[in-house]
Design a protein around this ligand. Structure first.
Ligand SMILES: [Zn+2]
Length: 318
């Protein structure tokens, strides 16, 4: 009988978010092995907080004290909260036209030696019996979060991750280019990303929302990657439905009024999202979509801006 292979855990791949040197496990969490740095990173309820506090908009104490950051902090010991009656009765005006793209992407990474990192995982978790090699990171203490990490300083060693999911995250980071460079750094050669990022969407997550991307702007953000596939994640119908909702919401600052305005907006706009299934094949939809996805493979050379403009898939108005 062959000897069982001793697998690395993701703890072995961690690096100091300040100086990128290996980390040692210590009683309270982790310590940087670089004597000049020597930074210590404590855990909050078993979740290591691996933040470069000097360069992050978040404070370690926020996580240690379980303060709400981007989302309200969910208590992992409590069952999921039941959505309100209004929420359950009224159809959503959000609709993906690339559903399950994350699961399709993940299906390539089922070998135990392949590591997948989810950045901004929120409360998402995938089938653990199929995927035991997924590391969930976020800047809020979610139900499935393995570690607190800021995408501007990813606390992993160079070239140790096979695939990264970064879904609805890049609009919420202060410096998307720096985060993209960090993602490229920690990926193995030939490693892949699945990114999905909004174009025509109103502000969500309040103060933690900074940037939008056209299809080409998104392509340029990932220029260190060869495109495997890209397209519309949510279409123009959803963009219009959201515009209608936020137009109505801007009339009132009263929480109760806004609740009913939101419900009214959804009821009167959700059918628009059904057009997106048809529109996703139209060129004009590339100029009007709510969000785009991009699957890319880490490349040796970046895409040039000349190639970038040649890859435009919308409608030129010349
Ligand atoms: Zn260090």
């Amino acid at each position: 009988m062959s000897q069982p292979v001793e697998l690395r855990t993701w703890h072995d791949m961690l690096a100091c978010p300040i100086c990128r040197t290996h980390l040692d496990a210590i009683e309270i969490g982790f310590r940087c092995t670089n004597a000049e740095c020597g930074a210590e990173f404590a855990s909050s309820g078993g979740i290591p907080v691996l933040i470069n506090e000097q360069r992050s908009i978040f404070s370690v104490s926020d996580f240690m004290n379980r303060k709400a950051t981007t989302f309200a902090t969910s208590d992992p010991s409590l069952p999921p909260r039941r959505p309100s009656f209004l929420r359950r009765m009224i159809p959503s005006n959000s609709r993906s036209v690339a559903p399950e793209i994350d699961k399709r992407f993940l299906s390539q990474y089922r070998k135990p030696e392949q590591w997948v990192l989810v950045i901004g995982s929120g409360d998402v978790s995938y089938e653990p019996s199929v995927h035991s090699n997924i590391i969930y990171s976020d800047v809020h203490v979610g139900k499935a979060v393995d570690l607190i990490a800021d995408a501007h300083d990813i606390p992993f060693q160079d070239q140790c991750i096979d695939a990264i999911l970064v879904i609805a995250v890049m609009e919420h980071v202060a410096d998307p280019q720096r985060c993209a460079a960090e993602i490229e750094r920690v990926l193995k050669p030939g490693g892949r990303i699945l990114a999905a990022t909004p174009f025509m969407q109103q502000v969500h997550l309040g103060r933690y929302d900074f940037t939008r991307f056209t299809h080409l702007g998104h392509r340029r953000l990932w220029r260190q990657f060869r495109e495997v596939e890209s397209g519309i994640a949510c279409g123009p119908g959803m963009a219009l439905a959201w515009s209608w909702q936020y137009f109505l919401l801007s009339f009132s600052e009263n929480q109760n009024t806004r609740k009913y305005l939101r419900a009214f907006a959804k009821l009167t706009s959700f059918p628009l999202t059904y057009f997106d299934e048809y529109l996703k094949q139209k060129k004009g939809a590339f100029d009007a979509a709510s969000s785009f996805y991009f699957i890319g493979e880490k490349a040796e050379e970046p895409m040039s801006d000349r190639e970038l403009v040649a890859s435009y898939r919308g409608l030129d108005n010349l």
